[in-house]
Structure formats: C-alpha cells, structure tokens
Write a protein that binds this ligand. Structure first.
Ligand code: KE4
Length: 448
C-alpha cells in the first residue's frame, strides 16, 4: 500500500478494531495477551493499542494513530525512538552474526565505557546481563556471597525486577495489580527480605539494630520510579551510605531506570553519593535487552569464574545489545543532553500542573531530570504510602482521556513518565492541549 493509499494518521490512541482483534488473538496464546503484566491496561481500563512502529517522540498504532509517547519502552528511549546511529550500529553488528556465546572485543570496550562514566564502577568491574532483573538478582547474590550474610533491605514500593527474594512489597506492575507479593514465592525465599518505607532513615537504622551483623545489603532506587516518581529527601542517600559503611553492608543502587536518565552518571553522580554496587539496564541497551551490575573490585572478584558466587547468561554481552549500548553511550557523552532534558521536563511538569489547577484537579507532581509523574492527590508524595493515597480511578480516567487525545502515558499511577531528547515544541504543545481537555474531563467526572 503506498503512503497516499494509507489512511491519514489521527490522534485517537484508543484501541480500534485492528488492535482489539490483535489483542483477542494475543490473549488466546499469551497470558493476558501481554508479555509483561502492566501492558494489559488493567488498572486504567480499555484495551491496549497495538504498536506498529515508533520514531522520535511518537509511536504509531496498528489503528493508524500517532501518539506522543511518555513510556519510551519504560525508559530505554532517552534518545527517542529509532535513532539512526543506534539502528545502524545494530544492523552493522547483525551482519557479522547475531550471537556467539564467546568473548568479543566490543564487550570490553563497553565495560570500559561504563566504568569510566558511572562513579561506583570507576576502578571496579562490571558484568553484562540481559535484563534489569538479572542485574539486581545477581548483585544481591553477590552481596550475600561477599558478606556471608543473608538478610537484605528493600523499600516498600521499590521494584527491582521479579526475582523471588524481591517480590515483597514491590512497586510497578505488582503495585498496579495490587499483588505486592506473588503466589509461587515460598516464604523461605523472602524470610530474609526486610522492607522499610522509602525516605525513612530511622527505619533502616532500626533494621540494622535489630539484625546486628546479619544484613548483607540494601538495594534502593536512588530516585524511586516504581511507586510513581519519588525523589530522595535531603540526606536520605547519604544516610544510607553511612549506615551501610558503619554496619559492613553493601549499598546497591538500582539505577536500571535512573542510570543515564537523571544524569550521565546516574543518580549517584547527580546526588554525589557513591554506592558499593550499581545495577543498570534500559538506556544502556538503547532498546535492546541489556543489563549490567558492577562495583568495587574486591566485591566483583567474588563472582564466577574468579570466585565462588555463580551467575551466567547465554546472551550476556551479545553483539547486538553491546552495539546498541555503545552507540547510545557515544551519543550521550558527545551531546550531553541533560541540561536541555531537565529544562524541557521542568517546563512540561509546571505547565501540566497549571492546567490541573485551572480545572481544579488536585495533582501532586514530582520530577527528577527527564522523569516525572503526577499523583492524583494533594500534598507531597514522599513514599509508597503517600503514593497509594492517590485517586487511581481519576488517574485511570485521565489516562484514557489523554490517550483519546493522542498522548500515551504509562498505564499505571505507580509508574514514571519519561521525556526523550526528541520531545520538541510540537510534541509538548500537543501534550498540553490534550492535558487541558483531559483535566477538564476529570473535573467534570463525578467520582472518577
Ligand atoms: P527488567 O527485568 O524489566 O529489565 O528490569 C527490572 C527493573 C529493575 N529495576 C528497576 C528500577 C526497574 O524499573 C525495573 C523494571 N521497570 C519496569 C517499569 N517500571 C519495567 C516494565 C515492565 O515490568 O513491563
């Protein structure tokens, strides 16, 4: 079909006939029709539009809609969709073979670049894996092996992937679906997982005091992004650093989302607090499945084949993921988009807040770098309990109204929105126009 025969693009992102048919077919062979639960739109209502392609700040649905995208593949698309240099790098690598399961020179170059850029990796080592889940699961096993201790601390509403030991009071899709734990996780798997409220240093101090010499690690999102976006309060990260140093526990920053998003060197660079280990994912793969964990050399030397802690992966460090990651890092270090991203995102968050206020809709906004979210409630949101006080029904209505007006937000109040370097004036303008109408619809709705 030539371009002229194609129906003109429209902006109504609600699932049309084609997406509905595709979703019915998907549900017949894929649980819930999705390969990751939050994509099912369960908490916002309606059916998910199926995506055909994406370019820059836009995604294109199977029903012919062009939508301004703030999911960005859940974070990876910081450079916008389909950045030519990244695509070319993957195509070039693919022409030499897709995967060897053997050492390649590019993996070393990639590891060197990560160790140059991320403060906690400087002078240390890094291991490539294929997802954020693998990164956090491996980092915690390594921390346990390194310290000889079993207990770990995580924050309520923190999401670090779906490894058994971490599916306790989890955020993101677990929070969205209201299943912060999970069936199938034996009590024994989580008996050593302690949870504390985010931004509550005293609770962490009490956990250490109650478990002297038993806590192997704290794993924390240095900016929470899976209870909605919640920044660390002043002194929080520094306090975690001090407590871990004092008690000989490993401080792990889960920067799968914040890494290369809130600063080139991640939240640890932005806030000036260096953890012992860092988990990475999303942006470092430029849209390909890449994760990584790394940190101090004496810790990393405990991982096989150097040490007794086992971890492995068929596609770890595969040529295509490494090519996409290297191209992405090259662009980010060359262009340093962070000041402009901060400015664009701040202006967008302010303008959205103005439109909410204009229509008398309570909205509590948080933003760090190129990630943000609006909680449908008043007051400040500093932890998961605050986030859960949001009116999720109103969020659902807002989501549907924005989608109908051509803006694609994460289908959950407990996620963050992501701005890319390609979100230009036109995309922002369309977003604000849509928000004006969506907030009006929320204000007019009784109840939700
Ligand atoms: P993956 O295994 O999904 O690559 O990464 C897990 C993970 C680890 N740590 C943090 C801070 C994360 O945000 C994630 C995954 N994020 C979710 C969205 N908030 C992925 C989307 C999904 O689950 O479909």
């Amino acid at each position: 079909m030539t371009a002229s025969e194609q129906a003109p693009l429209h902006h109504d992102g609600r699932a049309g006939e084609r997406s509905r048919d595709l979703f019915a077919a998907a549900r017949a062979v894929i649980p819930g029709g999705v390969n990751s639960p939050v994509r099912a739109f369960a908490s916002v209502g309606g059916e998910p539009p199926f995506i055909k392609s994406a370019r820059g700040p836009y995604i294109y649905t199977e029903d012919g809609a062009e939508l301004v995208d703030y999911v960005g593949s859940w974070g990876p698309a910081l450079l916008g969709h389909g950045r030519e240099e990244v695509v070319e790098a993957v195509v070039r690598a693919a022409r030499s073979g897709l995967s060897f399961g053997a050492c390649t020179a590019a993996e070393t170059v990639f590891a060197e670049r990560l160790c140059e850029i991320v403060p906690s990796l400087r002078g240390g080592m890094v291991r490539l894996v294929s997802s954020g889940t693998e990164a956090t699961m491996s980092a915690l096993r390594l921390a346990r092996g390194y310290t000889g201790r079993s207990k770990i601390i995580k924050a309520e509403g923190g999401y670090h992937g779906h490894a058994d030991m971490l599916l306790v009071a989890a955020g993101s899709g677990a929070a969205t679906l209201g299943i912060p734990g999970s069936a199938g996780v034996p009590a024994a798997a989580v008996v050593d997982t302690l949870t504390v409220p985010y931004n509550d240093l005293e609770a962490v101090g009490r956990s250490f005091a109650a478990n002297p010499g038993e806590i192997a690690a704290i794993i924390i999102e240095p900016v929470a992004g899976n209870m909605g976006c919640v920044p660390p309060v002043a002194g929080y990260l520094e306090g975690l650093r001090e407590l871990c140093t004092a008690h000989g526990a490993v401080l792990i920053f889960d920067e799968v989302m914040t890494g290369f998003r809130v600063a080139l060197g991640g939240a640890q660079e932005r806030f000036g607090v260096t953890p012992d280990m860092t988990c990475l994912g999303k942006i470092i793969g430029g849209g390909m499945p890449v994760g990584a964990y790394g940190g101090r050399r004496e810790i990393m030397e405990k991982i096989a084949p150097l040490g007794p802690v086992y971890q492995a992966g068929t596609l770890s460090g595969n040529p295509l993921g490494v090519a996409a990651g290297l191209a992405t890092l090259e662009i980010l270090t060359r262009e340093n988009p962070y000041p402009a991203l901060e400015k664009t995102t701040q202006a967008l968050v302010c303008a959205l807040a103005e439109r909410a206020a204009k229509h008398g809709v309570e909205l509590s906004s948080n933003q760090v770098g190129a990630m943000f979210c609006g909680f449908f409630r008043g007051g400040q949101v500093r932890d998961y309990s605050d986030a859960k006080g949001s009116d999720t029904a109103r969020f659902g209505l807002f989501h549907r109204e924005m989608l109908a007006r051509g803006v694609y937000l994460a289908p959950s109040q407990f996620e963050a929105a992501f701005v890319s370097v390609t979100h230009d004036g036109a995309a922002i303008e369309r977003t604000l126009e849509a928000a004006d109408g969506a907030f009006a619809a929320v204000a007019a709705s009784k109840g939700a």
